[in-house]
Ligand binder design. Sequence first.
Ligand code: PGA
Length: 249
Amino acid sequence: MPKLFAGNWKLYLTDEASVALARAYGEAARETGAEAVAAPSFTALVRVAAALAGTEVALGAQDVYWEDAGAHTGEVSPAALSALGVRYVIVGHSERRAMGETDEAVARKAAAVLAHGMTPIVCVGETEEEKDADRREEVVRSQLRAALDGLHPTSERPVIVAYEPRWAIGTGVPCEPEEAAAVHRLIRRELEVLVGEGTASVRVLYGGSVDPSNVGGFLARPEIDGVLVGGASADAGKAKAMMAMAAEA
Ligand code: PGA
């Protein structure tokens, strides 16, 4: 499988800037041949979808709710995202977990995304305190179990896992590729237990302070199937540089 470049634009851009970046992504994907995902803010999805039409870049969303309708003020349904052409949905991002999103909510979101024919990008990762207390394995395992139990991914219904150590997100201090690769091996072993044969259809991405200067180290690892990039993905030039490397990896 080719290595995936997924851009999480977080809350960095206006709708106008998102449209411009989407055009740049489309062009970059065409020139480099990279497989790419762009995840703008909800408010920009309609315009970004239009800007990406006819390109190879897939539309992503940064979050979702698990119900399709009802008294859920402020939430966005998986049905609505799917109707806009969204194909990937980030769930359980650490910035949301830090605001109180539970493992149970992450599991419901991932299941709802799959049920609507989209691909969840399930984020897992330990905090700095958990790493220092030697609890990384335990935390990553339990987040994975909670999110993937019962999902049964297949090549027709794929799931993506993103290993994003919280201490590496937005800090400019990425995990060493060697260390990330070891966690990816652990994730693979856990996936074999959780989803058996479906494991082959699960891509495992690394995320956390990835930029053009360090992305090559992650992409060179066979255990790492691509990258989920925040800050540097919101810069057209950096995104293109990373896509070029992903396409060649
Ligand atoms: P970062 O964020 O690249 O800005 O560290 C990664 C992410 O949150 O997905």
